[in-house]
Design a protein around this ligand. Structure first.
Ligand code: PHE
Ligand code: NA
Length: 448
């Protein structure tokens, strides 16, 4: 059977940017930027992206396109003997674990979206929003119900394949995301007192740029671009031969960064305008912002739009994670797409249970002092992901060869060019060392 491809550059751009743009952009980036010195932090972040994000993304695309394979097959094809394909297996495993809890968070978002559509959310007393959030996330039936919904929506899109599924829906969803974001920015920036929030986000303060902040930027650069989980390898395997992978990577990375900054311009002006404290993560989205919307004229409408935005961002990410699992399993075990999706969906639902219940009936269960959710997140995001990243760098520079990779990326063989030399240096030395430092730091082996 002929392997599917994305029909156009716009198609792969929408799909890959859809994967990259997710909760990391909306609930993590704005906050770590505000906390770590605003524009000063953004500068460091851009340097991190330029030094490792760009070369890693180009390399993953190249691995996929060269081999036309899922992450496991990609390593196997380029190096049939030995154990290199375990890198691919680890990448797929990382996607599996991350998806199992990402879909739970997507479920929370969808339930909030539903509650904002009916108007229930806007009528909750601001001081009760915290306990409301706890009620929602600890209700076993409701959380598992939403998990099923997210798995169903994601499967529905992925089952139709690359062009008729992933590409088609990404091309619909990404414009929705952009338009919603622009409406919300306009609302936020025109609020009285918006300036304080903009200052929090953007005002450069180099004194807040600690070593810790730099490492946070580095770690986030990796996660936000969906690297190290086989996603870009998988999408790369559907990219046509004549696309330039360098310009494709640049466009995705610029989109991801711009959207992250825009998300901050929605959130902080509104938060500060109504006198709330900036927060990160779940409490920002599920507690602080609903309270902000209640103070705002027509807040119910903006609240609905906001949860639509986050929901869309989450779904285009779950699609990409599911596609990794489906292509890897389907190709390695020779199963058809439908059967594979059925198997993967059931497995995902089962794996989502421990994380999902760790906010409710299983909250007392701790492994290594962590709840199931924290444990899964730690293993996948802080251990597996950087290991895959380092192994990928080593594979490119010592097994496949940077010349071959570069040739696949830009389609030319001028190895004396500055571009090649830069690529070679970054992927051989800078990227693996930087990722190793993140790994040692986030596992507590080294500290600053
Ligand atoms: N890149 C996504 C974000 O910034 C996160 C993500 C991780 C998406 C893994 C898909 C898979 O939120
Ligand atoms: Na991102």
């Amino acid at each position: 059977m002929e392997r599917e491809t994305f029909s156009s550059k716009l198609g792969v751009l929408a799909a890959a940017a859809g994967s990259a743009i997710g909760l990391g952009n909306i609930w993590k980036f704005p906050y770590i930027t505000g906390k770590n010195g605003g524009a000063a932090f953004i500068l460091v972040y851009i340097i991190c992206i330029a030094l490792i994000g760009v070369v890693m993304m180009m390399s993953e695309f190249a691995l996929g396109r060269k081999t036309k394979s899922n992450p496991i097959g990609a390593f196997k094809k380029l190096r049939p003997e030995g154990k290199w394909h375990y890198t691919g297996i680890l990448a797929v495993l990382t996607s599996f674990i991350i998806l199992s809890f990402y879909l739970m968070i997507a479920g929370w978002i969808f339930s909030y979206f539903a509650k904002s559509l009916t108007g229930e959310l806007i009528s909750i007393a601001p001081e009760s929003l915290g306990s409301y959030f706890e009620t929602i996330t600890s209700n076993t039936f409701s959380v598992l119900f939403w998990n099923v919904i997210i798995i169903a929506i994601t499967s529905f899109i992925v089952i139709s394949g690359v062009q008729k599924g992933i590409e088609k829906y990404s091309k619909i969803l990404m414009p929705i995301l952009l338009i919603t974001l622009i409406i919300l920015i306009f609302r936020s920036l025109t609020l009285k007192g918006a300036k304080e929030g903009l200052d929090f986000l953007l005002k450069p303060d180099f004194s807040k740029l600690t070593t810790k902040a730099v490492l946070e930027a580095l770690g986030h650069a990796f996660y936000t671009l969906s690297l190290g989980m086989g996603i870009i390898i998988t999408y790369g395997s559907y990219v046509k031969k004549d696309e330039n992978l360098k310009s494709l990577s640049f466009q995705i990375i610029i989109a991801d960064t711009v959207i992250a900054i825009m998300a901050g311009m929605v959130i902080f002006p509104a938060v500060f305008a109504y006198g709330f404290e900036p927060e990160a993560g779940p409490s920002l989205i599920f507690i602080t912002l609903p309270a902000v919307f209640q103070s705002m004229p027509l807040g119910g409408i903006f609240e609905t739009l906001f949860f639509l935005l986050v929901g869309v961002a989450a779904i285009t990410s779950t699609i990409s994670l599911l596609e990794v699992l489906v292509s890897a399993l389907g190709e390695e075990f020779n199963l058809d797409r439908k059967k594979t999706i059925l198997i993967v969906s059931i497995a995902l639902f089962l794996l989502s249970i421990p994380s999902s219940l760790s906010f409710g009936s299983w909250s007392g269960i701790k492994v290594l002092g962590l709840s199931f959710f924290d444990l899964f997140d730690f293993i996948a995001s802080y251990i597996f992901l950087p290991i895959v990243g380092i192994l990928t760098c080593i594979f490119i520079s010592h097994v496949w060869g940077t010349k071959n990779a570069f040739n696949e990326i830009v389609g030319e063989e001028v190895y004396s060019s500055r571009n090649y030399k830069t690529y070679n240096f970054l992927i051989k030395y800078i990227a693996p060392i930087a990722i190793l430092i993140i790994l040692l730091y986030s596992t507590g082996i080294i500290s600053f």
